[in-house]
Design a protein around this ligand. Structure first.
Ligand SMILES: Cc1cc2nc3c(=O)[nH]c(=O)nc-3n(C[C@H](O)[C@H](O)[C@H](O)COP(=O)(O)OP(=O)(O)OC[C@H]3O[C@@H](n4cnc5c(N)ncnc54)[C@H](O)[C@@H]3O)c2cc1C
Length: 233
């Protein structure tokens, strides 16, 4: 669907693409119009979740672009990359807090409608406990999301660690809330006629989009270790 893309890619400025000590020489940020010769697109991927955010393969065959499409060279690469990651990870935390809240809203409404054992299921104490657990997780999502927005907009400068922390934890909690809300719907939770099936799939995708959570956590742990070494060793 997109007419252009923004590519964060390795670049050869005369020293090659690979560093002699290992790793990649980053980089270049390039705006790529998709109507230049040599570019073609594959079909959108038939994904499990977040289907309204289409993705697909893009093929490059001897593509040449004028220099004006270079947005950042290696001097500005890191700042650009981490700025995008900082604001995107924060945005995912905000969006997934909304998904957690929507899941909770559907679950508590359904628990008041659905009758089992002659009463609405909310009257079973175990269901009340489950509702409170969902509510608590929604509150934690919201608290962490508010904190990262305050931090990134009101402190001296935005910080990628704050955003990564919020993305990883909010998406995990939102996924747990969506999972439990689907469970609350019983068999209906699995049916497309009810909302939980979609929310659950979208929550599942959030554990991978905008950085797979294990990799983001690995990066976060790496930064914490670097910081400790700088300040303590
Ligand atoms: C809805 C959605 C929207 C997206 N939007 C965008 C977008 O706008 N722009 C964009 O660029 N991308 C986007 N993506 C892609 C997304 O960022 C990647 O799918 C994600 O970062 C994971 O990368 P990968 O798929 O290459 O998995 P891989 O990196 O191949 O990971 C596969 C598995 O290997 C593990 N693994 C990988 N490396 C290591 C390692 N060094 N050590 C230990 N384990 C490792 C991972 O934990 C994971 O379990 C989107 C994805 C989704 C689902």
């Amino acid at each position: 669907m997109a007419d252009c893309g923004l590519a964060y890619i390795p670049a050869d400025y005369g020293d090659g693409i690979r560093k002699p000590e290992g790793g990649t020489n980053f980089g270049a940020v390039i705006l790529i119009p998709f109507d230049v010769p040599g570019i073609s697109k594959g079909k959108p991927l038939d994904k499990l979740g977040q289907r309204t955010v289409p993705q697909g393969e893009i093929f490059f065959d001897n593509v040449r672009l004028p220099r004006k499409y270079l947005i950042e060279d290696h001097a500005g690469y890191d700042a650009s990359f981490f700025s995008v990651l900082t604001f995107e990870n924060m945005s995912i935390a905000l969006a997934l807090s909304g998904l957690a809240r929507a899941s909770y809203d559907h679950a508590i409404a359904y628990a008041h409608e659905r009758k089992q054992g002659g009463v609405p299921i909310i009257q079973h104490q175990s269901v009340q406990l489950r509702i409170f657990d969902m509510w608590s997780k929604v509150e934690m999502c919201r608290a962490l999301s508010r904190r990262v927005v305050n931090f990134n907009f009101l402190s001296g400068e935005p910080h990628c660690l704050a955003s990564v922390t919020s993305k990883v934890n909010v998406t995990q909690m939102a996924y747990q809330v969506a999972d439990e809300a689907l469970q609350m719907f019983g068999g209906n939770g699995l049916a497309k006629e009810y909302p939980m099936e979609k929310l659950y799939r979208d929550a599942r995708a959030s554990l991978i989009e905008d950085g797979e959570n294990n990799i983001l956590s690995l990066k976060g742990g790496n930064w914490l270790s670097e910081h400790y070494q700088e300040t303590h060793i």
